[in-house]
Write a protein that binds this ligand. Structure first.
Ligand SMILES: Cc1cc2nc3c(=O)[nH]c(=O)nc-3n(C[C@H](O)[C@H](O)[C@H](O)COP(=O)(O)OP(=O)(O)OC[C@H]3O[C@@H](n4cnc5c(N)ncnc54)[C@H](O)[C@@H]3O)c2cc1C
Length: 618
């Protein structure tokens, strides 16, 4: 076989095989291939996409019509949302999620990561991760004028000179001043250390943006392109599917089976890994591949007809994302010019903006979705009575057992892990240093209310027919969609907190003199008629604006001990196996209160050091 992307002949074996050339995969491939004596193969299902949408910040998120592929996966019906089937957005391109994402580049709070260490992962608390947040990124600050005019607070101590460029656009839209002033007047203070542990309050977040070129910085641009030609020991195969991880009698990973993509009729072939197989296929595909390889919950594998190699209930359980509701307001007057809509509504403005971008890489085309969000601890957005009701609800174990996926009833370990997480969540809810909701906003107003600490858990499992499809050489079962159960809002606490968050957001628009006088906002969804919790919920769900996630799938091969239903240990090796590691968003044990890409970069940087260390001198 040939390697379509960097045009090198494929070898029979490599020291390391990285499955998935997405965000975490390219970080690990870069770091492991720093040693010219080690050979590294990355296998990616997608292709390199060099279209403008992967470069121009303003085009961020314009998919899939812009030419960027996504896997075609739709969730199982979500009961709480009247059977809604949600399109699971998963990148299918070199660079993975970092290429298709919204470019918001924030971090969680210290408490969010200290929770990982409390769940049995020594070295994975905030202090253990901060060096890797730093190592992965460089901060491009806003201009001094913008800092002054908009009171932007950045946190240079959180960055070094890492490959990922994060920065602020060279255009700020003036309405942001009103939005931030309204929040400040509403009691939301600006965080002074958003990148070094203080991710609560009003946050100014950079984007994954290279301010020198005005282009997007993603895993391919930051970690692969600069070394693609200069490292003969690093191979990237695109357009190929990994079907299976090969495990020997002792459950040591010895290689992978792969097929060229899209039914070309070409047969499968094996490639050997002399040191480790490293899973970086993302939080939906990683558990799927483990299960296809015989590692996962016995019942799931039996139903799918895959021979069981290792019964590991944590593979595909503990699925988390950030559910949200998108309330909307019509701002009837007062929007400044320019504003985020001006590129679409004003041809002259658009033409000059495009000219500026092409000439200098600056201007409105460097603006992605947003650089601002409020991250609020539970006490900051709930009235005392509502807070007590929510906390009361959390104590009901009967409710909890009904809310969890069925597999939690058959695995004592999974339940123990969930209870350990619940104890941490309860503590976070009572504290003022971890956010329970996010309100992301931009200059023209934006009403999403996002749950940062969901209590519900979902699962990712193989379809029942998985192994039958596998016998076909042209369509691999790894290309077949897994069964994605969000189970969002199955736990009543999630609905209660989301409603409290929507009430808080609606109250902001209703009572803020700055917003009322300037914009005269009229609430469209849920709408003034909706007053009780049930009415608000019904209005939101009827309008189709409640979503099970924010494209942050996590936790499906969680880093926790076996006794807590974990899938990998603190060394990132899959429990009970050898030479098999996971380095992507699946290992996140408890989803942090932040958009997760910078966390994925930091995890992958730390993973690289761990993998290097154990292979030194071998
Ligand atoms: C639409 C969208 C918007 C987002 N917005 C933001 C945001 O604004 N801010 C933020 O912080 N985060 C955001 N995220 C989340 C963030 O981008 C992801 O969490 C992160 O990129 C995940 O990295 P990963 O390495 O775990 O997986 P990915 O980056 O998804 O990499 C997995 C790769 O593995 C490949 N693969 C899977 N299975 C196989 C197989 N069998 N064979 C070969 N290859 C395979 C996939 O094609 C993919 O390229 C967004 C995500 C999406 C999808």
């Amino acid at each position: 076989a040939t390697i379509p992307s960097n045009d090198r002949k494929i070898r029979e074996s490599y020291d390391y095989i990285v499955i998935g050339g997405g965000t975490s995969g390219l970080v690990v491939a870069n770091r492991l291939s720093e040693d010219p004596k080690k050979t590294v193969l990355v296998i990616e299902h997608g292709y390199i996409n060099d279209s403008p949408n992967t470069k121009i910040p303003n085009a961020a998120g314009k998919f899939p019509n812009g030419g960027i592929d996504l896997w075609n996966v739709t969730s199982e019906p979500i009961q709480s949302l009247r059977g809604l089937r949600w399109p699971v957005r998963m990148a299918d391109v070199v660079g993975g999620g970092s290429v298709v994402n919204g470019m918001f580049a924030d971090r969680g709070s210290r408490a969010d990561y200290d929770a990982w260490e409390e769940l049995g992962n020594e070295g994975w608390g905030f202090d253990g991760l901060l060096p890797y947040f730093r190592k992965s990124s460089t901060l491009g600050p806003p201009s001094p004028e913008h800092i002054r005019e908009y009171n932007i607070q950045t946190d240079p101590a959180g960055y070094s000179n890492g490959p990922l460029q994060v920065g602020f656009p060279s255009t700020m839209y003036p309405d942001l001043k009103n939005m931030t002033a309204a929040l400040t007047a509403h009691g939301v203070l600006t965080s002074r250390n958003p990148a070094t542990g203080g991710a609560f309050g009003l946050l100014w977040a950079p984007n994954t943006l290279n301010i020198r070129t005005g282009t997007r910085s993603h895993a391919r641009a930051a970690y692969y392109d600069p070394i693609a030609k200069s490292r003969p020991n690093l191979h990237l195969v695109t357009g190929h599917t990994v079907n299976k991880i090969l495990l020997d009698k002792e459950l040591a990973a010895t290689g992978v089976t792969i097929t060229p993509r899209s039914g070309t009729g070409a047969a499968k072939f094996n490639i050997r890994a002399d040191r480790e197989v490293i899973l970086a296929a993302g939080a939906i595909s990683t558990p799927k591949l483990l299960q296809l390889s015989g590692v996962g919950p016995r019942a799931v594998l039996e139903a799918a007809g895959v021979p069981l190699r290792l019964d590991l209930p944590g593979v595909g359980a503990n699925f988390q994302d950030h559910p949200q509701a998108q309330a909307t307001w019509n701002l009837t007057k007062g929007l400044a010019f320019p504003n985020p809509g001006s590129l679409n509504t004003n041809a002259t403005f658009n033409a000059s903006a495009w000219e500026e971008y092409q000439a200098h890489g600056t201007g409105p085309y460097t603006v992605a979705f947003s650089n601002t969000a409020a991250f609020l601890p539970l006490r900051n957005f709930t009235e005392a009575a509502a807070f007590n009701t929510v906390m009361g609800n959390t104590a009901d174990q009967h409710v909890e057992e009904n809310a969890l996926p069925a597999i939690y009833r058959t695995s004592r370990e999974l339940l123990a892990g969930y209870r350990a997480q619940r104890a941490i969540l309860l503590r976070h809810f009572g504290s003022l240093d971890a956010a329970a909701m996010e309100f992301p906003f931009m200059a023209a107003g934006f009403g999403a209310s996002v749950l940062t600490k969901p209590w519900s858990r979902g699962t990712v499992t193989l379809a029942r027919s998985a192994s039958k499809v596998d016998s076909n050489t042209t369509t691999s079962s790894a290309e077949a969609a897994p069964v994605v159960q969000y189970q969002a809002f199955a736990h009543p606490v999630d609905r209660a907190i989301l409603l409290a968050a929507v009430r808080w957001t609606r109250n902001l628009y209703r009572t803020s003199p700055i917003l009322a006088e300037t914009y005269g906002p009229v609430e469209l969804i849920p709408g003034a008629a909706a007053q009780t919790d049930d009415e608000i919920w019904d209005a939101l769900v009827s309008a189709g604006v409640v979503r099970p996630g924010n494209s942050h799938p996590s936790g499906t091969c969680a880093m926790m001990p076996v006794s807590l239903g974990g899938c990998v240990g603190a060394d990132l090796r899959v429990h009970g196996t050898r030479r098999l590691a996971v380095v992507d968003a699946s290992v996140i044990p408890l989803i942090p209160g932040t958009h997760i890409q910078t966390t994925v970069y930091a995890v992958a940087e730390k993973a690289s050091d761990i993998i290097k260390a154990r292979n030194t001198g071998l």
